[in-house]
Design a protein around this ligand. Structure first.
Ligand code: ZN
Length: 198
């Protein structure tokens, strides 16, 4: 639709709020919301662009439960202390990775890939109208697929090869065709339905 995609980062603990500016797709940390730090494995602040660390926040907006230097478990890459495009002098981060481990698909040995890693090439996307991952056991993945009018028999082989190549060799992949994807118990849609514990 020619509309720019806009994203923001935040969490219910109300520690850090960051969003894209009007010019570039990097997260600008709002300094009046909470005190933002990005720390390395040793707990030292990251000041070097390109380095990734954990987001640590101190809330200014939650007097009832003021978390101080709370480790969010979320990770981001440090871009700099100001934005070249809009000129704001606030911490800039990108590539935020969530702590939420629910998008993991596990191999039998406990290693995992995220659903992002399973993204299909565009020619395969045209063959499907809907996709959802179901994992009930480590090393086993069920892929629910709604066929599109473009779907042809040879797509199935390509789909199997794609998913099998993203997981370990001993992983069992099963494609199931459906008319309707599953909802979570709360009625929401999720790209993955997993009953596997980390
Ligand atoms: Zn900016």
């Amino acid at each position: 639709m020619g509309i720019r995609f806009y994203n923001w980062y935040g969490h219910s603990e109300k520690l850090v709020l960051a969003g894209y500016c009007e010019k570039v797709d990097t997260y600008h940390v709002e300094p009046t919301y909470g005190y933002f730090e990005l720390i390395d494995e040793k707990g030292n602040p990251i000041k070097e662009p390109g380095k990734t660390g954990e987001i640590v926040g101190t809330s200014f907006h939650n007097p009832g439960m003021p978390f101080i230097r709370y480790r969010t478990g979320d990770f981001a890459e440090y871009v700099g202390d100001h934005c070249h495009a809009c000129g704001r002098r606030v911490p800039i981060i990108k590539n935020v990775r969530g702590r939420w481990s629910g998008d993991r698909i596990y191999n039998a040995d406990g290693s995992f890939v995220t659903t992002t890693a399973l993204n299909l090439h565009s020619d395969l996307y045209s063959a499907i109208s809907g996709i959802q991952y179901v994992q009930e056991k480590k090393g086993e993945l069920i892929v629910l697929i709604i066929k599109s009018p473009e779907y042809r028999m040879n797509h199935e082989k390509a789909l199997y090869e794609h998913f099998q190549s993203k997981l370990k060799k001993d992983a069992i992949v099963r494609i199931e065709y459906t008319d309707k994807l599953r909802k979570l118990p709360n009625g929401k849609f999720s790209h993955i339905i997993s009953s596997v514990k980390a």
